[in-house]
Design a protein. Sequence first.
Length: 187
Amino acid sequence: MVKVQMKVSVVVRDPRGRITFERTKACRSYVRAMMDILHAAMSYGSTLLVPDTGNTPRTITAHVNNFRADGGAGVTTHGIRVGTSTQAVAITDYALISPIAEGAGAGQLQHAATTFVTPVTVGSTRRFTISRTLTNVSGGSITVEEAAIYCTGSATPYYFCVERSLLSFTIPNGSSATVTYTISVTV
């Protein structure tokens, strides 16, 4: 039996780089756009209307940009995102409920570039990671309650949420958190 799995983990570090919090959990919260973009990518010629992160229906088709989640530093349209809502995940979710904005003001985080580690094989498992470091210089602590992956799903740069998980942690002022998704397949 083939097993496809995604895990999300977070490591919070203080200003000196010491780890103050760690947690990993299995993702069970793929949302609608995940299956719709995968369908479009695998069925050349098919088109679907899928709500983007602003809840506007967008046409998606098979395209080389499908699933691009390589958001650069300061970019919040795609890549790993975090928010503050504890609302339960639903298959119809199209974005974080309460996304945290980019910046250095109250309640904001500075988003480093999203990074990827090349796939590796260990035993009968093939995996890769996608991660992003978020730094808090807002002047106060920020409690994160949700994490997500935003990616593209068309030739036009529209952005879609493909996974949203509830994941609670606090980033004190001056500290950073690295959120990492590990995607694997085991045969």
